[in-house]
Design a binder for this molecule. Structure first.
Ligand SMILES: CC(C)(COP(=O)(O)OP(=O)(O)OC[C@H]1O[C@@H](n2cnc3c(N)ncnc32)[C@H](O)[C@@H]1OP(=O)(O)O)[C@@H](O)C(=O)NCCC(=O)NCCS
Length: 187
């Protein structure tokens, strides 16, 4: 079973017993604000941990020191498989944002994807209002490739109308990632 270590983190598969730490962040309004779902209660967090333990797209990000699960990455191959394109996503506990943990974890997973898995392209999408998300993508050196208006909605306003959202599309090729990564290590 794959597991990765970085300077401060362990990135591993979810376990059925991760429900409590998962609830710690999926119960935070600010954390789920741009997600397609609402806050999770304790019972649904436990069920979700069990489900994620069997879903290879989800990676648990834990602090090396304490083992606490502080967030998750999502890394899923897109169809058709021969295009070798994967989508990246991430959700971190609000108390552990602003520490560079998300960028540290994503870098490791992208290096695994481009290096070990030999994938060709990674994409990511976010709401332009989600500044933390696109700042993270730019820190990772993904390129903004599109700005699409009113692409969909996840939630409704108090009158039941859809809250249409816009979308930034980001992407990076394996060749670009490798080049950027080599430049970083040469600095
Ligand atoms: C998107 C999200 C993962 C970004 O998390 P983040 O902690 O801001 O991202 P990073 O890991 O890149 O951290 C960068 C911040 O840590 C700071 N930092 C502190 N120590 C650092 C270190 N050692 N290395 C790098 N950055 C460090 C940076 O200065 C930066 O701070 P700033 O935001 O005040 O400028 C997070 O906001 C989140 O989970 N949001 C809710 C879920 C969500 O919206 N997901 C995306 C849906 S598209």
């Amino acid at each position: 079973m794959e597991e990765f270590a970085t300077e401060r983190l362990i990135i591993r598969r979810f376990r059925a017993g991760d429900g409590e730490d998962l609830h710690d962040y999926l119960s935070q309004e600010e954390v789920v604000r741009f997600e397609p779902y609402g806050v999770y209660d304790e019972a649904s967090s436990k069920t979700e941990a069990v489900r994620r333990a069997d879903d290879p797209a989800f990676w648990a990000v834990c602090l090396k020191d304490s083992g606490k699960l502080i967030g998750n990455l999502y890394f899923q191959q897109q169809d058709p498989p021969q295009f070798q394109t994967w989508m990246l996503g991430y959700v971190f506990n609000g108390r552990y944002q602003g520490c560079g943990y998300a960028v540290e974890a994503c870098r490791k997973l992208l290096t695994y994807g481009f290096g070990t898995l030999g994938i060709r392209r990674v994409t990511a999408f976010c709401n332009p209002d989600n500044h933390r998300s696109w700042h993270l993508l730019e820190r990772l050196k993904l390129r903004r490739e599109g700005h699409f208006l009113q692409t969909g909605y996840f939630k409704h306003d108090e009158y039941g109308n859809p809250r249409w959202h816009n979308t930034y599309a980001y992407g990076v090729l394996g060749s670009e990632w490798m080049e950027a990564h080599q430049a970083e290590t040469a600095e």
